[in-house]
Design a protein around this ligand. Structure first.
Ligand code: C5P
Length: 288
């Protein structure tokens, strides 16, 4: 068996409503999630032990000890499927960390996908989902890797229609935001779930006006902790051709949507000139 390589795409929360809070402190969410056609790279090769190496632009931010989500995912799958074999996993860390775009969750999900192929196992989907949810609330949706509505704390997933044709620009100002800290800093009430109906996916304008009526309930808290989020949002809103800009997840990454890749690329060039320290990436959303 040769190496298996899987992309761990960036997860974008097109809107995110916090609809309640469970007794254990986890928050109930309603979110439309989509994945970009770029991301981290996970490569799994056969080995008798479980090992991890990391390179890429954000490698220095990644702990490689046993608390790494990739190694936890690998060990969890090994236990679930009663596997004796190991694997060497290599992570090419191209996405910023603690950034609201999945990061560790996407890497964990991609690890599960890669190792199922490497070890040639096909676990029961409900048990695989339970393993994923134990690793993090976003891991089950990252396992799907396609447009989906997410509810509960992340365990209720309904696949959504493909998004209309749009280009996306992701921007991170280089500030890591802790998800628990952002949830804790939230001091507003709860929003209604207000799931975007399927008919809103039929055309670009209808989709964008549906998103415009929804927002990210974590943005005020994230901006209080990291005011630069407000600066990023202002810069995105001012870009020529920007149809809609929002923060993703618990931040600090924000995204802007454009009608075409050409306009998005031009906007990214303008932004890179004005803010050379910010991380920017453009692409499209993955389809079903
Ligand atoms: O599940 P994950 O490890 O990604 O979550 C990190 C933290 O974010 C949780 O410990 C919790 O404090 C907060 N969180 C939450 N509600 C969610 C997801 C995460 O309160 N639905």
């Amino acid at each position: 068996m040769t190496a298996i390589t899987v992309t761990a795409p960036a997860k974008v929360n097109l809107y995110l409503h916090v609809t309640g809070r469970r007794a254990d402190g986890y928050h109930l969410l309603e979110s439309l999630v989509a994945f970009t056609d770029f991301g981290d790279g996970i490569t799994a090769t056969p080995s008798d032990r479980l090992t991890l190496t990391v390179d890429g632009p954000f490698a220095d931010r990644i702990p490689t000890g046993p608390d790494n989500l990739i190694l936890q995912a690998a060990q969890g799958l090994r236990d679930l499927c009663d596997i004796q074999a190991g694997a060497h996993i290599h992570l090419d860390k191209r996405l910023p960390v603690a950034a609201g775009i999945g990061g560790g969750s996407a890497d964990a999900a991609a690890t599960l996908t890669a190792l199922c192929r490497l070890w040639q196992v096909d676990p029961d989907p409900a048990r695989l989902d339970a393993l994923a949810l134990g690793l993090g609330a976003d891991v089950p949706v990252c396992l799907r890797g396609q447009p989906a509505h997410m509810a509960g704390v992340g365990e209720e997933i309904t696949l959504a229609p493909d998004l209309p044709d749009l280009a996306v620009l992701l921007v991170n100002p280089g500030v890591a935001l802790s998800t628990p800290a952002v949830f804790k800093a939230r001091n507003s009430g709860f929003s209604p779930p207000d799931r975007l109906p399927d008919r809103a996916f039929a055309d670009r304008d209808g989709f964008l006006s549906g998103l415009a009526a929804r927002g990210n309930d974590l943005m005020a808290a994230a901006t209080r902790i990291a005011p630069v989020v407000g600066t990023v949002m202002k810069a995105l809103d001012a870009l020529g051709g920007c149809r809609l800009a929002r923060m993703s997840g618990s931040g600090a990454t924000c995204f802007a949507l454009f009608d075409s890749s050409q306009v998005a690329t031009q906007a990214a060039a303008v932004l890179a000139q004005d803010h050379p320290g910010w991380w920017c990436a453009t692409g499209r959303f993955k389809k079903m």
